[in-house]
Structures are given as structure tokens and as C-alpha cells.
Design a protein around this ligand. Structure first.
Ligand code: HEC
Ligand code: HEC
Ligand code: HEC
Ligand code: HEC
Ligand code: HEC
Length: 496
């Protein structure tokens, strides 16, 4: 009875009635969508924009209307009491015996039900779309570099949200808030170019990567063949072969590189916000004892000054960094590019030569490709045109006979190099070669693992973090011409 009285009060005036319908519907939707999301196994990160931004707005509008309705009623009643008049009816009298009124009511009801179905289906479709990779990666053109680099990775079938949102209440809320903030930045065109990395509030790996990867799985040694080519006229094929000691856990002991993954070996570090310049490293053992190393080298000027770090106020610090960010290592400190894999010009060209996409027998094709790729261009169109023209011009001038017989091949090669440029350099987002460094090895013998594994990283007693090559891998061959690499069993000099 009470509830009915309450409803009657709310809906006594038409304004109150409309307010009640709006607030009721949006309140109902907020509750159902929240429940749906929390019991479902699938994640719907952007659903939050509807659930926590759009619907509450409607809910508030509904409440305001209810309030206005009640106030109007009160005032009116007070006025009537003063003058002693009889109130005029707020609503028309509905006589269900009247055929026209009944027909009208039935059609209004039908339209209402249909509208409700359309709203529910539309919401569901919208949510599905907004969660898709198409939305994360394509609609939102800001993410074009990440999406392109993702599509050529082993995780190209893993949804963005599986690594970037994950499940669990705290990160669920965090993702809502940051999703809302991102949409705001898009609207106001105030997002950063390039998008800063590292992602400071990325979920811990145990809630993302470890959903699919068994962290302490014993991998043992993994062979890694790196194919490269020389910039000579024959584009000589070279190979580096490593036996990478990934290791893992056996009988409760962890060995090899994945020693790092063992919860017993917790490594934390203090660095600048870009995580490139590590100043201090602490190993905490299960019994609570610690071992501490300090970097004796001068702090690096920022390696990657254009990949800033997001401050509390949403600004990005691009100056020399403060060196006081602590972080505990997880998968992403080594595998920081498991899916957004950007190539260096050398990697891009070598990969194309290896696949046969660039003909190996075009003289100096590697050297010329690299030259063209490393030139600065203003825009994508300019780059693609200049690269194609540049390559044909080289062969026309230096190898005119070749150009006559293999002109179409040279043109195709020019197009391919243009494509390599387009899929690694994104001028609109200020992403260029080397914007996002990789941490898994030590390209050029700096960075990556060697951020810590350097002789500059010493304890107070002067003991350095190990720099022994053999701890991490055995180099079986280093930049050796591929046709000189033999199985030991095939080489007569090694068999006796
Ligand atoms: C396999 C896990 C994984 C998937 C799937 C994934 N990401 Fe990432 N993403 C990462 C990691 C790891 C980083 C770098 C984190 C760091 O260095 O702090 C990152 C970084 C980013 C960045 C910051 C810029 C950069 O390149 O460092 C953006 C933007 C981004 N991802 C968007 C996306 C989008 C869009 C998708 C889906 C098309 C996606 N991610 C899919 C793991 C993933
Ligand atoms: C949804 C499941 C899933 C998630 C989440 C996931 N991965 Fe993977 N990952 C895979 C699968 C499947 C493969 C194997 C792909 C293949 O062999 O083509 C793989 C492959 C890999 C490889 C080997 C790549 C290679 O070249 O051999 C690494 C390293 C890796 N993942 C690291 C990560 C890291 C780090 C994260 C978290 C940031 C992560 N993965 C999150 C499913 C996942
Ligand atoms: C100390 C750095 C480091 C950390 C931390 C680390 N890895 Fe690795 N991981 C490597 C290296 C190095 C390899 C060798 C392969 C390579 O070079 O890409 C590797 C290989 C792998 C592979 C491929 C194994 C195979 O069978 O070929 C997977 C999958 C993988 N890691 C997952 C993870 C996951 C998941 C985590 C976090 C729980 C993690 N790694 C933490 C350095 C690391
Ligand atoms: C802390 C571990 C660690 C140490 C120490 C280390 N490396 Fe490496 N190295 C790696 C990892 C990880 C990779 C990347 C493997 C891959 O490509 O997946 C790598 C890659 C390489 C490569 C291949 C690079 C390429 O471009 O093909 C060479 C060569 C190499 N290391 C030589 C050395 C030498 C020589 C030393 C000793 C002076 C050394 N490394 C010390 C971890 C280490
Ligand atoms: C944040 C600092 C840091 C980074 C980055 C780092 N390591 Fe380490 N690593 C350490 C520390 C500290 C130890 C313990 C060294 C010690 O006890 O002397 C260690 C130990 C190791 C060990 C020896 C494990 C054992 O059995 O004793 C290997 C192998 C190793 N790291 C490989 C790597 C590789 C490969 C990378 C890059 C992919 C890497 N590390 C990146 C800090 C780091």
C-alpha cells in the first residue's frame, strides 16, 4: 500500500509521471547492465560509458522532473487551499467504454512495447560493437599504430580488453574511469601523440597474461634464429643462432631467464617514468632478506623524450624525468611488446627479404630500401610516392638494362617498401622508427635486459648484477652467412 501511495504521489502531475518513467527505466537498465556485466564471462569495458555516464544522466533528469512535479503539486494545492477553489483534473478522464479511446490506448501500448524492444536490442548491439577490436583499433583512429602492430603479432586473435582491462572489481572501475577520460580526450582532441608508454596503470600480468600462460612452465632452452641480410650487392643472407636459456621451474627450483617469473624471486626497481633508465634494483627473497644494487652511471637523459609519462593532472611530462618510480617486475617488463610489435627499418626489410617478398637478386635492394625508409617524410602519401619513385630512379640510373627486363618487379618492390613504411611509421600520431623500444633482448647492446644486467649496477660491496652472456643464452652463430651454417653431424671435421 505504501509503495502504491508513493507512486501515486510521484505521478500526480504529468511532469512527475514522465520523470518517473525516465528514472525508472534508466535505473532498471543500470541495475540490469551492471548485473549482466558482473556475471558474464565476457568483458564489456565500454559498456561503462553507457551504464555509468549516459544512463545516470537520464536518471538524474528523471529525478529532477519528479522533484519539479511534486513541487508544482504542493504549490498548487497550497494556492487552492487559500482560495478554496476545486482543483481541475490534471489528466484527461479515460473512458474505456469509448471505442476510440480504447483503440488509442492499445496502439500506444503496442508502440511502447516495440520501442522498449528496440532500445534493449540497440543497447546490446552497441555494447557488442564498442567492445570489439574494430572499435578499439579501427574506429578510434588514434589507436591505428597499436592496431596495425597488433595484427602481425602472435596475439592478433586476443581481444584488446583481455590484456588492457581483464576482470575484477578494482580494475573494472579503473577501466571505466579511464575509458570515460579517453572519450573526453578524443572529443576535445587533447590526447597525446604518440600515446605514452609504459601504460602506468596496466593490469598486473598475473591477471592478464597468466590467464593463458602458465608462468612457471618449464621451457628449457629455446633456439632463436635471427635472419639478417648484408647491404651488399648480393644482399647476403646472414644468420644469428641463439640457444636462449628460458628455463622455468622444475622441482620447486627456478632456473634460466624465467627465474624472474618465480614468485620467490621478487625483483623491484626504481627508474624514471619511461622505465628506460633504471637507478636501483632490489631482490627480495621469500625469507624477507634483500639484496640491493645501485646504478653508478650518470642518469640518462630521457631516451625517448617524446613518449611522455602521464602525470596526475593529465599533463605529460616530457622533460628530464624524476627517478623515483618503483615497480615490481612482471612479464611485461621483459615482454613489453608481446603484441604491439614495431619493426626497425632493418627488421622490416630483412623480414621481407626472408619471406621472398623483396627479390633477393635485385642488387643492393636492402641498402636502397633502408635509405628510403630512413628518410623523413611529411605524410603517408608523400612517403609512399617518394619511396616508389626513389627505388625506380635508383635502378634506372644504376642498372638500366635490369630496369628494362624487370621494371615491374622493381615497381612492386617499391610498393612493398612503401607498405613497410606505412605499417611502422604514423606521422599523424608522431610514431616513428624506435618510438616504442623493445625490452626482450639488448638491441645494440644497450637497454632491454642490460638496463639491469650491466656492470654499472653494483651492490655496496661492488658486486654487479650478472652480465655473463652464458647465463642468458649461448650464441651458436653470430651473423654467419646462412649457407655456411651446418649441422655438426654434416661437418666431417667435427665427427671424430
Ligand atoms: C597480449 C596482450 C595485449 C593485447 C591483446 C593488446 N595489448 Fe595493447 N599493450 C600491451 C602491452 C604489454 C603494452 C605495453 C605496456 C607497457 O609497456 O607498459 C600495450 C600498450 C598499448 C598502448 C600504449 C602505446 C604502446 O604501444 O605502448 C595502447 C594505445 C594499446 N596497447 C592499445 C591496444 C589496442 C587498441 C589493442 C587491440 C587492438 C591492444 N592494445 C591489444 C598488451 C596488449
Ligand atoms: C587470451 C590468451 C592470451 C593472453 C591473455 C596472452 N597470451 Fe601470449 N599467447 C597466447 C597464445 C595462444 C600464444 C601462441 C600464439 C602462437 O603460437 O601463434 C601466445 C604466445 C605468446 C608468446 C610467444 C610468442 C612467440 O613469438 O613465440 C609470448 C612471449 C607471450 N604470448 C607473452 C604474453 C604476455 C606477456 C601476455 C600479457 C601481456 C600474454 N602473452 C597474454 C595467448 C595469450
Ligand atoms: C626476465 C625477463 C622475462 C620475464 C620477466 C618473463 N619472460 Fe617470458 N621469456 C623471456 C625470454 C628472453 C624468452 C625467450 C624468447 C624470446 O626471446 O622471445 C621468453 C619466452 C617466453 C615464452 C615463449 C616460450 C616458448 O615456449 O617458446 C612465453 C610464452 C613467455 N616467455 C611468457 C612469459 C610470461 C607469461 C611471463 C610472466 C609470467 C614471462 N614470460 C616473464 C623473458 C622473460
Ligand atoms: C641478461 C641476459 C643477457 C645477457 C647477460 C646477454 N644477453 Fe644477449 N640476448 C639476450 C636476450 C633475451 C636476447 C634476445 C633473444 C631473442 O632474440 O629472442 C639476446 C640477443 C642476443 C644476440 C642476438 C641479437 C641479434 O640482433 O640477432 C646476440 C648476438 C647476443 N645476445 C649476444 C650477447 C653477448 C655476446 C653477450 C655477452 C657480452 C650477451 N648477449 C649478454 C639476453 C642476454
Ligand atoms: C629490473 C632489473 C632487471 C631486468 C630488466 C632484468 N633482470 Fe635479470 N636479474 C635481475 C636481478 C636483480 C637478478 C639477480 C641477480 C643476482 O642475484 O646476481 C637477475 C637474474 C637473472 C638471471 C639469473 C637467474 C639465476 O638462475 O640466477 C637471468 C638468467 C636473468 N636475470 C635474465 C634476464 C633477461 C634475459 C632479462 C631481459 C629479458 C633480464 N634478466 C632483465 C634484474 C633484472
Amino acid at each position: 500500500m505504501r509503495f502504491r501511495n508513493f507512486l501515486v504521489t510521484l505521478t500526480r502531475s504529468p511532469i512527475g509521471l514522465i520523470g518517473t518513467i525516465i528514472a525508472g527505466t534508466s535505473g532498471f537498465l543500470i541495475v540490469t547492465l551492471t548485473l549482466w556485466e558482473s556475471i558474464g564471462t565476457e568483458q564489456h569495458p565500454y559498456l561503462g560509458i553507457i551504464t555509468y555516464m549516459v544512463l545516470p544522466l537520464f536518471f538524474t533528469v528523471g529525478l529532477v522532473l519528479i522533484f519539479l512535479g511534486i513541487r508544482r503539486q504542493r504549490r498548487k494545492r497550497a494556492r487552492l487551499a487559500e482560495t478554496g477553489e476545486v482543483a481541475a483534473a490534471e489528466y484527461p478522464v479515460v473512458d474505456l467504454n469509448d471505442d476510440r479511446t480504447r483503440a488509442w490506448l492499445v496502439s500506444a501500448g503496442a508502440v511502447g512495447v516495440m520501442a522498449a524492444i528496440v532500445i534493449v536490442m540497440g543497447t546490446a548491439k552497441g555494447v557488442e560493437y564498442v567492445d570489439s577490436n574494430a572499435f578499439c583499433g579501427e574506429t578510434c583512429h588514434v589507436m591505428e599504430p597499436e592496431f596495425t602492430a597488433y595484427q602481425r603479432s602472435p596475439h592478433a586473435r586476443v581481444h584488446c580488453v583481455e590484456c588492457h582491462v581483464g576482470s575484477g572489481a578494482r580494475f573494472f572501475l579503473k577501466a571505466k574511469v579511464s575509458g570515460v577520460r579517453q572519450v573526453y580526450r578524443l572529443w576535445t582532441n587533447s590526447y597525446d601523440r604518440p600515446i605514452p608508454t609504459p601504460v602506468q596503470d596496466l593490469r598486473p600480468a598475473n591477471a592478464t597474461c597468466e590467464h593463458c600462460h602458465w608462468p612457471t612452465k618449464f621451457v628449457g632452452d629455446r633456439t632463436q634464429v635471427n635472419d639478417k641480410f648484408r647491404s651488399d650487392s648480393a644482399n647476403t643472407h646472414l644468420q644469428t643462432i641463439l640457444l636462449v636459456h628460458v628455463g622455468g621451474e622444475t622441482l620447486g627450483e627456478s632456473a634460466g631467464i624465467h627465474w624472474h617469473v618465480d614468485p620467490a624471486n621478487q625483483v623491484s626497481y626504481r627508474s624514471d617514468p619511461s622505465r628506460e633508465d633504471i637507478r636501483e634494483v632490489v631482490l627480495t627473497r621469500p625469507d624477507g632478506t634483500e639484496k640491493r644494487w645501485f646504478n653508478s652511471a650518470e642518469p640518462n637523459p630521457r631516451w625517448n623524450a617524446n613518449v611522455g609519462f602521464e602525470e596526475e593532472d593529465g599533463e605529460h611530462d616530457r622533460g628530464p624525468a624524476p627517478s623515483d618510480m618503483w615497480r615490481t617486475m612482471d612479464c611485461v617488463d621483459c615482454h613489453n611488446r608481446p603484441t604491439h610489435i614495431y619493426w626497425s627499418p632493418e627488421e622490416a626489410v630483412d623480414n621481407a627479404l626472408l619471406r621472398g617478398a623483396l627479390p633477393l637478386d635485385l642488387p643492393f635492394v636492402r641498402r636502397e630500401s633502408l635509405k628510403l625508409l630512413k628518410t623523413d617524410y611529411e605524410s603517408r602519401d608523400e612517403a609512399v610516392a617518394a619511396i616508389a619513385d626513389g627505388l625506380t630512379a635508383f635502378y634506372r640510373d644504376s642498372y638500366p638494362e635490369l630496369m628494362e627486363t624487370r621494371g615491374t618487379e622493381v615497381e612492386a618492390a617499391g610498393e612493398l617498401i612503401g607498405l613497410l613504411w606505412e605499417t611502422n611509421v604514423f606521422p599523424d600520431m608522431n610514431v616513428t622508427w624506435g618510438t616504442y623500444p623493445e625490452h626482450i633482448g639488448h638491441p645494440g647492446f644497450k637497454g632491454g635486459c642490460l638496463r639491469c644486467h650491466t656492470s654499472n649496477m653494483k651492490t655496496e660491496d661492488g658486486e654487479a648484477v650478472s652480465t655473463d652472456c652464458g647465463n642468458c643464452h649461448q650464441v651458436l652463430a653470430m651473423d654467419r652467412p646462412a649457407d655456411q651454417i651446418r649441422l655438426i653431424a654434416e661437418d666431417p671435421s667435427e665427427t671424430d
